[in-house]
Design a protein around this ligand. Structure first.
Ligand code: FAD
Ligand code: NAD
Length: 478
């Protein structure tokens, strides 16, 4: 006999655990199932984000940033030292401890909120019956008045560069190298390629990034991409645009394994030999084995679970959220969808505003944006004004030896309403939320310009950029 729940959630990543906890807060009887195991072979909740995504990558970005700063910024402050060394095992150990703390934290939150966790692989059948194959081989059956699918995503594999977990890796392997590779190639200059490429570059690897498209970070504002690319090149990241990789051949044995990569770019056919290859060409919805015949849930032609604007699949009581559905593959987009669906199930208004979802790339400098780019505004024929201001003219940024980048505010030419904010620079992962808040409250560039910002602070760059929209920035010639 299947156990009956108000809500059964498949997947305990950012989307799933938010949905489960919010539904439980609203008084529902909730089960949440997750198949993932941690590095120690034990069940680990939290999804890609906590195990092999957002959190571990930020842990390594921070360790490698400290190391890089020793060689590149400490000298400015008059600090010298001898023989800086990186202990990769200790760095990975620190990252693993953080991951354990946070994945364990989700288990505690489930207990505190009385969410019943099941550890195993779930398949959705007709009539919201969910069969769970547990790790010990046993099977349990659950039914939900509502089922929320939050199965997440997996790395896309290239047919000629199959992951072997050692020499050709995805994010999982690149977060766990046991030593700094002498030469690392990355296929894909997207978010993962840039973040994890930066980690190993800062620790001493020679890093070449091969990007198929002719434009760098095509989704970002063109001026932001251009500024970031210049900074990355200064750091020694070798980014080749318009590079079509056709072959990746592993040669040698044991520690002598190498990958010979063949690619073509504007300079013609080339080969390079590296010690490790990271393939980071995007992610695809994780739907393998998830839907039994008769579940009624449909996939789109991109393999994502089909949903409407409210994350409903069209099958009575079945919803889907997070990376396995349309929209950006971001943890915070999944958080919001999880909460919104739990609230919709409870009869409350639940909604996610896709227009104000911030993007952050945690490189050095960081890149962040919210809303429309200049290119989008032009394409959509929306009249706009732009104001920008460089970090190089901001006292706090210069005092921190972080002068790179700028903030640009885009506002409607007639109403002055903020339509987008684009930032490259130190701590812009935090600063972008001034743009998010302004846009959520339908604020104008003038509102931002008239709000008192503490001095000296990096946030003054936003203040000056907003003032520059009407050519009245104080700290630069307009
Ligand atoms: P997931 O986190 O993928 O979780 C889905 C869970 O469902 C998994 O635990 C999986 O085991 C489980 N599951 C799947 N199918 C089944 C099944 N049939 N039965 C049982 N369990 C199942 N996003 C950001 O916003 N900021 C970042 O800084 C960031 N950094 C990232 C860095 C890396 C290296 C990567 C790879 C991703 C990063 N992301 C980041 C993206 C972010 O991790 C995802 O957008 C987010 O994890 C998606 O959440 P989700 O809940 O939809 O899916
Ligand atoms: P991505 O979509 O960001 O970048 C993939 C890149 O690979 C693109 O530039 C694409 O043009 C390129 N590419 C595709 N096929 C190629 C090929 N055959 N040869 C060369 N280049 C090729 O994907 P990702 O970096 O794998 O990351 C996946 C997703 O994870 C991201 O879209 C993002 O949603 C999420 N993520 C977010 C963060 C963050 O928020 N800071 C960090 C990491 C990952």
């Amino acid at each position: 006999m299947a156990e009956q729940f108000d809500v059964v959630v498949i997947g305990a990543g950012p989307a799933g655990y938010h949905a489960a906890i919010r539904a439980a807060q609203l008084g529902m009887k909730v089960a949440c199932i997750d198949a993932a195991l941690g590095k120690d072979g034990k069940p680990a909740l939290g999804g890609t984000c906590l195990r092999v995504g957002c959190i571990p990558s930020k842990a390594l970005l921070d360790s490698s940033r400290q190391f890089w700063n020793m060689g590149h910024i400490f000298g400015d402050h008059g600090i010298s030292f001898k023989d800086a060394k990186i202990d990769v095992e200790a760095m990975i150990g620190r990252k693993d401890k953080i991951v354990k703390q946070f994945t364990g934290g989700i288990a505690m939150l489930f207990k505190a909120n009385k969410v019943t966790a099941y550890y195993g692989f779930a398949t959705l059948h007709a009539d919201r019956l969910v069969k769970v194959k547990q790790h010990d081989g046993s099977e349990v059956e659950l039914t939900g008045t509502n089922v929320i699918i939050a199965a997440g995503s997996d790395s896309i594999e290239l047919p000629f560069a199959k992951f072997d977990g050692e020499t050709i890796v995805d994010n999982v392997g690149a977060l766990d190298f046991t030593e700094v590779p002498k030469r690392l190639a990355v296929i894909g200059a997207g978010v993962i390629g840039l973040e994890l490429g930066s980690v190993w570059k800062r620790l001493g690897a020679e890093v070449v990034i091969l990007e198929a498209l002719p434009d760098f970070l095509a989704a970002a504002d063109a001026e932001a991409s251009k500024t970031a690319l210049k900074e990355f090149k200064k750091q020694g990241l070798d980014i080749r645009l318009g590079a079509k990789v056709s072959k990746a051949e592993v040669t040698g044995k044991g520690k002598k394994k190498e990958v010979v990569l063949s690619f073509a770019d504007k300079d013609g056919e080339q080969t390079i030999t590296v010690d490790k290859l990271l393939v980071a060409v995007g992610r695809k919805a994780a739907s393998k084995g998830l839907l039994a015949e008769g579940s009624g849930v449909k996939l789109t032609d991109r393999g994502q679970i089909e949903v409407d604007a409210h994350c409903h699949t069209g099958v009575d009581g079945v919803w889907a959220i997070g990376d396995c559905v349309r929209g950006p593959m971001l943890a915070h987009k999944g958080f919001e969808e999880g909460v919104a669906v739990a609230e919709l199930i409870a009869g409350l208004p639940g909604h996610v505003n896709f227009d104000t979802i911030p993007w952050v790339i945690y490189t050095e400098p960081e890149i962040a944006w919210v809303g429309k780019t200049e290119q989008q505004l032009k394409d959509e024929g929306i009249p706009y004004k732009a104001g920008s201001f460089p970090f190089a003219a901001n006292g706090r940024a210069v005092a921190m030896s972080e002068p790179a980048g700028f903030v640009k505010v885009l506002a409607h030419a007639e109403t002055d309403r903020v339509l987008g904010m684009h930032l490259v620079g130190a701590n812009v992962s935090e600063l972008v939320h001034e743009g998010v808040l302004t846009m959520e409250f339908s604020g104008s560039a003038d509102d931002l310009a008239r709000i008192c910002h503490a001095h000296p602070s990096l946030s003054e760059v936003i203040h000056d950029a907003a003032m520059a929209v009407e050519k009245r920035a104080i700290h630069k010639a307009n």
